[in-house]
Design a binder for this molecule. Structure first.
Ligand code: AQP
Length: 329
């Protein structure tokens, strides 16, 4: 029997290359060898106020990107979180096994409550518990995500261990964080000290998978560089390290080879080459994406099939937990 994998992305905005490199690129490498559950986590997205019609549209767009990037709904289970009620139900049980102090320590909560000071809702605080439910419902051995999510996976492991100990049995498999050596944290193009983010204040922060060739070229041209002029990665060169990492992750050329290729050339040549490579990488992806977006019936079928498969696994797990906790009949 194959081991399991769970991962997801919020439909809280357009997908950027950080999401692709940190999450989806990893998924593709595991899809054949793991029984994979790829979720569109729309319940997480509403922890920040969303326009309802736009949220629905973004959910469909994200599903289309999953497919365009190579997620195969015949091999993997691709589904929308709100189609599987067990995620919210399990969250309630987990809430009673989580301490306030644990959630107060979460970096993402601290960052997001600063970013959305006008709406620090309970959902934002409870986000990691919902994420623990997302994961533990499927007993995955691995959770391939970007580095920013590592702390949340540790919490999921703590909750699983606590419940396993409380009920004297292996109720849950302990999931492992899996990240990439390079690209686990893609940084903003406008600020290499902060991670690239969908909700960054400026559009110069990220490259979206939906960006046109023109926009990609402009964004790369405006990307922050380091003070000298050498195309090289290193601790003293955060901006170039980030650009070289992105370039390398999307083309498969190693950073060392890119450094050789651009030795003696300035940032101008490097940025032109990088823009051309990115545009060439994006073009076929965008074509596939358009095909899925233009076939809503097929997308609905894939998501319904996914919801059915996910519900079967998740409901069984919820039932087992209810049994040991003393809920239900
Ligand atoms: N900059 C990044 N580098 C590497 N991986 C990243 N991920 C996000 N940003 C980077 C990974 O993408 C997956 C989906 O993330 P998410 O949508 O669930 O939430 P997030 O981590 O909060 O992503 P964003 O883009 O920054 O969204 P907003 O701005 O809405 O918060 C995860 O695996 C994440 O690690």
């Amino acid at each position: 029997m194959k081991q399991r994998l769970f991962s997801g992305i919020q439909p809280s905005g357009e997908l950027h290359i950080g999401n692709y490199i940190g999450a989806i690129k990893q998924w593709l490498g595991f899809q054949e060898s793991y029984e994979s559950f790829f979720c569109i986590v729309d319940l997480h997205a509403i922890t920040v106020r969303q326009d309802p019609a736009k949220l629905r549209e973004q959910t469909r767009k994200l599903a289309s990107w999953y497919l365009a990037c190579g997620i195969d709904p015949e091999k993997s289970t691709m589904f929308v979180q709100s189609d599987v009620p067990a995620h919210a139900q399990m969250t309630w049980v987990f809430n009673t096994f989580t301490q306030m102090g644990e959630l107060q320590r979460m970096t993402q909560y601290k960052d997001k409550s600063k970013q959305h000071a006008e709406n620090i809702n309970v959902g934002l605080f409870d986000y990691p518990v919902l994420m623990a439910a997302d994961i533990l419902l499927y007993d995955p051995e691995i959770v391939p995500v970007g580095e920013d999510q590592k702390q949340h996976i540790e919490l999921a492991r703590d909750i699983a261990t606590r419940m396993n100990n409380a009920y004297g049995r292996e109720l849950f498999v302990l999931p492992k964080y899996v990240g990439q050596k390079e690209g686990a944290r893609v940084m903003g193009l406008d600020n290499p000290e902060k991670k690239m983010s969908k909700s960054a204040g400026s559009e110069w922060n990220y490259i979206l998978l939906s960006d046109t060739a023109d926009v990609v070229a402009k964004k790369i041209k405006r990307a922050v560089t380091d003070t000298d002029t050498v195309v090289r990665a290193g601790d003293d060169k955060p901006a170039l390290t980030n650009l070289l990492t992105i370039y390398s992750m999307l083309t498969g050329t190693s950073i060392a080879d890119l450094e050789k290729q651009y030795a003696g050339k300035g940032y101008g040549d490097f940025k032109t080459g990088m823009a051309e490579a990115m545009i060439a990488w994006l073009a076929p992806l965008q074509e596939k994406y358009a095909i899925y977006m233009n076939d809503p019936a097929e997308l609905d079928r894939a998501l319904s099939r996914g919801a059915q498969k996910a519900n079967a696994v998740a409901q069984q797990k919820l039932h087992n937990v209810y049994q040991v906790v003393g809920l239900g009949r």
